[in-house]
Design a protein around this ligand. Structure first.
Ligand SMILES: [Zn+2]
Length: 138
């Protein structure tokens, strides 16, 4: 297991699939899934999420088959919009921190977000605001 380029992502996500789609998820971290499609060399930690399955199976496959839902959850980020994935929240299920909205940074960190009063967006613990993810096409 050591030496995989996915290790920092698996450590951050607790060594299991972070999507946890009900009735679909095997729980395993089979790979580090790219949020922005089309550039597999983009290995910024904020662009990668531990996922079970492949492009056609498990949560990874579910994500590919449901692009609008995946965009609304922040699992897929358009390659045509703002590509700073550290600023796009993702709805994840983390084994330690639980299910909810998270910001992923490019140092391998993960931060729980909370809804801002009035529903305007999401806030981190330091009060920085994040816009809700929107599906804008791949
Ligand atoms: Zn899964």
């Amino acid at each position: 297991m050591s030496g995989s380029p996915n290790d920092p992502i698996y450590i951050r996500d607790g060594y299991r699939c972070a999507y946890q789609v009900p009735g679909v998820c095997s729980g395993r971290a089979d790979g580090a899934d790219h949020r922005i499609h089309g550039d597999r060399s983009d290995r910024r930690p904020s662009n990668l999420i531990s996922a079970c399955g492949s492009g056609t199976t498990g949560c990874h496959g579910w994500k590919e088959a449901h692009p609008a839902a995946a965009g609304a959850w922040g699992w897929t980020v358009s390659r045509h919009g703002d590509r700073d994935t550290s600023r796009v929240p993702a709805h994840l299920d983390h084994p330690v921190y639980g299910q909810g909205w998270y910001a992923l940074d490019d140092e391998g960190g993960i931060s729980r977000l909370h809804a801002a009063p009035g529903g305007g967006g999401l806030l981190d613990s330091e009060g920085r605001e994040y816009a809700w993810p929107r599906w804008e096409g791949q």
